[in-house]
Design a protein around this ligand. Structure first.
Ligand code: ATP
Ligand code: ATP
Ligand code: MG
Ligand code: MG
Ligand code: MG
Ligand code: MG
Length: 269
């Protein structure tokens, strides 16, 4: 009979590995586009920074935060996004595979679903792939250093890419010549090349290119509704400065306690 059959097969369930993550520890999920060097060329991304692509990444990440309340904040740059869960989360009993796959799946499907909203006439030629990993950080200091590490990466890459593409697009060097020219240069040299040869002040480049995007939750007072609303906002602040972490000391608490006066439109979540 059916119940007998069910119980005689059910033992296979026990083969599933227990992958629940250590309690009271920061859980970070980082996604990264697969072969986006190629994907960006095939979809005609402007170099070095395609703003449509960055906004689509941010929007896909926004849909993740909107759906998963236990994600405190997220940081994105280039083809990657990191999601930080609140320390005390018990979502999916902290099972690593469940957390990683649902976040990746929501992000990836949103990337495709909202493609047209940002790319308009540019067709999506094939379904993109994102890889993902889970990393645990035991202390606040480790987590803050993780955030600083990802943002420092934006700076290093963007200064290089901005100089490289300026040499190619405005300086008429071949990619090989530009690469050779930049070989062994430090940050100051690249700033100098941009300023002396092309009158570009790197500091005046858009913040989103230089620093990536940090999505955080805020509680704002909405005059029209006469109540506080929880919203998700994108910021491009400098997390490498210790000042940032002092000013945002509530960021790593379970819920941001910051209340802002705000009378613009509110995205209620
Ligand atoms: P992997 O599969 O190993 O991640 P990858 O080709 O995706 O390989 P990454 O190191 O992840 O390599 O780099 C992503 C690349 O995608 C960048 O080097 C850049 O060429 C391209 N890219 C991503 N976002 C943008 C953007 N907004 N504008 C222009 N190019 C972008
Ligand atoms: P969870 O998030 O825990 O997986 P769930 O609602 O997805 O919750 P499942 O046990 O995975 O629960 O069951 C999937 C449900 O989706 C089915 O019970 C059924 O209601 C519905 N469903 C899935 N595929 C079909 C289908 N082809 N036709 C009709 N209903 C379907
Ligand atoms: Mg990679
Ligand atoms: Mg990649
Ligand atoms: Mg990458
Ligand atoms: Mg299901």
């Amino acid at each position: 009979c059916q119940t007998m059959a069910k119980s005689s097969f059910e033992y296979v369930k026990k083969f599933e590995a227990d992958d629940s993550l250590l309690p009271n520890t920061w859980i970070v999920v980082r996604l990264d586009g697969k072969c986006f060097h190629k994907f960006s060329e095939e979809h005609d991304f402007s170099k070095p920074n395609d703003i449509r692509a960055l906004r689509l990444m941010n929007y896909a990440a926004f849909t993740v935060l909107r759906e998963f309340n236990d994600v405190l904040l997220a940081f994105g740059q280039s083809d990657e996004y990191s999601f930080v869960f609140k320390k005390s989360t018990t979502l999916y009993k902290r099972r690593a595979a469940k957390l990683l796959t649902t976040i990746n799946s929501k992000f990836s499907s949103s990337y495709v679903f909202y493609w047209k909203k940002f790319f308009d006439e540019e067709p999506l030629k094939y379904p993109p792939t994102f890889d993902g990993r889970v990393v645990l950080y035991p202390s606040d200091e480790n987590l803050i250093d993780y955030m600083k590490w990802r943002q420092a990466d934006v700076h290093i890459n963007n200064l290089y890419n901005t100089t490289f593409w300026t040499l190619v697009l405005q300086g008429n060097l071949t990619p090989q010549q530009a690469e050779k020219r930049l070989c062994g240069t430090v940050s100051a040299d690249k700033n100098e090349i941009l300023f002396q040869e092309f009158k570009i002040n790197y500091n005046s480049e858009p913040e989103i290119f230089k620093r990536g995007t940090l999505l955080i939750r805020k509680s704002v007072f909405n005059k029209n509704l006469d109540k506080n609303s929880n919203i998700i906002v994108d910021t491009h602040d400098d997390m490498l400065k210790d000042r940032f972490w002092k000013d945002h000391s509530s960021l790593l608490l379970n819920r941001s306690k910051e209340i802002l006066m705000y009378d613009g439109p509110v995205t209620d979540i």
